[in-house]
Design a protein around this ligand. Structure first.
Ligand SMILES: Cc1cc2nc3c(=O)[nH]c(=O)nc-3n(C[C@H](O)[C@H](O)[C@H](O)COP(=O)(O)O)c2cc1C
Ligand SMILES: *[C@@H]1O[C@H](CO)[C@@H](O)[C@H](O)[C@H]1NC(C)=O
Ligand SMILES: *[C@@H]1O[C@H](CO)[C@@H](O)[C@H](O)[C@H]1NC(C)=O
Ligand SMILES: *[C@H]1O[C@H](CO)[C@@H](O)[C@H](O)[C@H]1NC(C)=O
Length: 394
């Protein structure tokens, strides 16, 4: 399609779907073929539209009549989670649609990544659908409104009359212009500014060439990076009891080598880092991809089902390396309850997803929770907690 045609189709569909949704307050646009309409938009406009909808409160919400198996409730870091399924970072990058996202049925939402100063990210196009694989390649390059505006959004939420219950994590990034070796400074700025709003904080160590992980340089740079974030949080919240400070998690790439994983695990245990998110997108391109090669060879991180096996395997490795002592968040390619269940058995206390939402819409959340509850009960587990790491004990 010519750019002009695509642009006008985009504008017309955005406009009419939005108007329609506004008129039909909170109508489930996905159920009535809206998912298809949204897919006519280029992926970045579809993302914008979804955020717009979630922010205005007319994104599909979980039905009030929906009843959840109580075994899905769980407790991690002394915090209560109504269910273990969360929204991964990168959807609500600017913390503007938290309640709309929680209303879809997520137990928790991770907002960000947010960089210290505003930055535009990479030139467009920078998000691509691999429709046959139900996957996505993105190279957003961390477009962010910056800490100031991000904090404003979180403050505005606090002053609302009513907020959706649920856990909110904040994912911190660094500015593009900040050298890798000084990433700790950017993350610390983020931690100082936002820790009072966060139920947990995430630091990205998501690349194979993360400081401390490049060329087997050793663990020192990683130790100092994470150490500086811990001190930043502790100094910002000195008046709070230690266990009332938000836990700090690291998020890793699925592309790390065995020795990198061991380094991460050791530093995490040594510093008492509270959790690990496994994983970010992959820079790899599995052979089994079905989509056309022009899109497959776009640069960026691949997410969705083709990432699942790899990220679940790395999750299991990290569980072993941390001896089951560190709560893990499984992320990567989850689109069914069975996928979530596999992550839990491999060692995840919580599970996150993003790409499934792009293809299936918000109704995926209650479907996945229902399927997960069924899988757990089928295998005789009374709760999520009981099944965490089950693969390692047999
Ligand atoms: C469009 C897009 C943007 C993303 N942006 C971020 C981000 O800003 N920060 C981050 O830590 N992860 C980001 N991610 C990675 C996701 O949080 C998640 O780790 C990854 O997509 C794997 O999960 P999935 O297969 O369920 O999508 C992004 C993913 C996608 C698809
Ligand atoms: C994540 O970490 C990698 C490695 O340190 C870095 O290249 C990348 O820019 C980071 N992204 C953000 C948003 O901080
Ligand atoms: C995630 O992975 C991509 C490449 O797959 C990388 O560019 C990015 O810096 C990583 N970190 C985050 C926070 O997304
Ligand atoms: C973050 O990016 C902005 C704009 O690119 C830049 O001015 C600033 O120096 C960066 N922050 C740090 C800590 O380098």
């Amino acid at each position: 399609m010519g750019t002009l045609i695509r642009l006008s189709v985009g504008l017309v569909t955005t406009g009419s779907v939005a108007a329609w949704a506004v008129l039909n307050d909170r109508i489930d646009v996905y159920r009535f073929g809206g998912g298809r309409i949204i897919q006519l938009l280029d992926p970045e406009n579809a993302h914008k539209f979804a955020i717009f909808a979630a922010k205005r409160g007319f994104a599909p919400r979980q039905q009030h009549s929906y009843s959840e198996w109580e075994g899905l409730q769980t407790q991690v870091w002394g915090r209560h989670f109504a269910n273990p399924i969360g929204l991964a970072a990168g959807f609500d990058k600017h913390a503007e649609a938290i309640d709309g996202c929680l209303a879809m049925g997520f137990g928790f939402v991770e907002v960000g990544s947010v960089t210290p100063e505003p930055q535009p990210g990479n030139p467009k196009p920078r998000v691509f659908r691999l429709i046959k694989d139900r996957a996505v390649i993105n190279r957003y390059g961390f477009n962010s409104v910056g800490l100031e505006a991000f904090e404003k959004n979180l403050k505005a939420r606090e002053s609302q009359h009513e907020v959706q219950p649920g856990v909110v994590g904040v994912n911190l990034g660094k500015n593009k212009t900040t050298p890798e070796a000084e990433a700790g400074v950017d993350y610390s700025r983020g931690a100082i500014k936002l820790c009072e709003y966060a139920d947990y904080i995430v630091v990205n160590v998501s690349s194979p060439n993360t400081p401390g992980l490049r060329n087997l340089q050793g663990k020192d740079p990683l130790r100092s990076l994470l150490g500086s974030v811990v001190s930043a949080r502790d100094s910002a919240l000195a008046s709070r009891a230690h266990d009332a400070r938000p836990p700090i998690l690291v998020k890793i790439a699925p592309d790390l080598h065995e020795h990198n994983l061991r380094d991460v695990a050791e530093v995490v245990m040594e510093l008492g880092i509270d959790g690990i998110i496994v994983s970010n997108t992959t820079v790899g391109r599995p052979d089994k991809l079905l989509s056309s090669s022009d899109v497959v060879k776009e640069a960026g991180g691949l997410s969705g089902p083709p990432l699942r096996e790899l990220s679940t395997k790395i999750l299991g490795d990290i569980y072993r390396l941390t001896e089951g002592k560190v709560p893990l968040v499984g992320c990567g390619g989850v689109s069914t309850g069975e996928d979530a269940y596999m992550k839990i058995r491999a060692g995840a206390s919580l599970v996150e997803l993003y790409t499934a939402l792009i293809y299936d819409g918000p109704r995926a959340v209650s479907r996945i929770k229902g399927e997960l509850a069924e899988a757990l009960q089928r295998d005789g587990f009374k709760s999520v907690q009981e099944a965490v790491g089950a693969d390692h004990t047999q």
